[in-house]
Write a protein of this length. Structure first.
Length: 335
């Protein structure tokens, strides 16, 4: 097939007749609606897997999100390739499809690469491995991949109005078009103003962890996470987060108040895990390592048992919470 901006009709389209409509850039509303249909299908797939493989998915912990990523990439990668005429179920419903800029369908390899770039920021968000939260350089890299690239994808999708090409389209040279004709519309290079915004988003994502780590209170959060992770992580229990904050409370008398809390989140893979023992070890470490926690009203350890595929999730939680004085009395009684 000749290369360039003006080429012959792809063979699949040519067979439909000589009166086919010319291809044009797919309207944004059709792409959004098509995407909603596709993510609903992926959600049904994820929910179905959870019904039959819940125990196995729970034991995967954070790696379950990688499984969801693989399922999504295979779905979008296969359906948007030449094997399925460039159309997912959602795209087929609205008469749009993915083509290369030369009018041909994407190879399976290119389509898989396009899908991986599209899906990666979403699945990386909330799936940071243990150790990232306590290392500002690792946070910076993770922030660029999850938030810098994710923000750039969304920005270009909505504001690159001449073609609605986002990063995943620009990398593989693809367009989403409507109509069954060819050639595909001529599309020039990415305007400089959009390239500048993308560069700015990536830079902001890279420096944000360095800035926020110096903000009041966040150093204590990092220390809390590091201390909790040092004793709470293990084959069946992984510390997944920590927060310092306050919550509004309404007491029995009806008088409201504010309660300051320190919370450690722990993801467990075994519902029979000794959560009291894990909570005791974590709180013992953080009370000794961060004496300022004695000024908090409550120190809580929240255990989460479940799975998150990204396309479907299910969680159960259980919290062990006491005041610092009550924790010290509890720990003294167990020694």
């Amino acid at each position: 097939m000749p290369r360039g901006d003006s080429v012959s009709v792809p063979s699949e389209s040519r067979m439909e007749g000589s009166d086919v409509a010319p291809s044009s850039i797919a309207p944004l509303r059709k792409r959004v609606l098509a995407f909603l249909i596709d993510v609903t299908i992926l959600g049904v797939i994820g929910f179905s897997l959870g019904l039959f493989l819940e125990e196995q998915l729970m034991r995967l912990g954070g790696w379950a999100r990688l499984a969801g990523f693989g399922i999504s990439v295979l779905y979008f990668g296969a359906a948007n390739s030449r094997d399925f005429a460039g159309r997912t179920v959602g795209k087929a419903a609205f008469g749009i499809r993915v083509l290369s800029k030369d009018g041909s369908y994407l190879t399976v390899g290119k389509s898989l690469a396009r899908a991986a770039v599209l899906c990666a920021p979403y699945f990386l968000n909330g799936a940071a491995p243990s150790g990232v939260s306590s290392n500002v350089w690792a946070q910076s890299i993770w922030s660029v991949l999850a938030f810098g690239c994710g923000g750039s994808l969304l920005y270009l999708f909505f504001f690159n109005r001449s073609s609605h090409q986002s990063i995943h389209d620009l990398i593989v040279g693809s367009l989403v078009v409507e109509g069954t004709g060819s050639p595909t519309p001529h599309v020039g290079p990415l305007p400089r103003r959009h390239a500048s915004v993308v560069a700015s988003l990536l830079l902001i994502a890279a420096v944000a962890p360095f800035v926020t780590s110096r903000m009041a209170g966040l150093q204590s959060v990092t220390s809390l996470m590091t201390l909790a992770d040092s004793v709470g992580s293990g084959p069946g229990a992984r510390v997944s987060g920590a927060q310092l904050g306050s919550t509004s409370q309404r007491f029995v008398s009806g008088v409201g108040g504010t309660q300051t809390r320190a919370v450690v989140n722990v993801q467990i893979a075994d519902p029979e895990a000794d959560i009291d023992g894990i909570a005791d070890r974590i709180v013992d470490a953080v009370l000794n390592g961060l004496p300022e926690l004695d000024r908090r009203d409550v120190i809580a350890v929240t255990f989460m048992y479940g799975y998150d595929l990204g396309i479907a999730s299910r969680w159960r939680t259980q919290t062990v919470a006491y005041s610092p004085a009550e924790w010290r009395a509890r720990l003294a009684s167990t020694r």
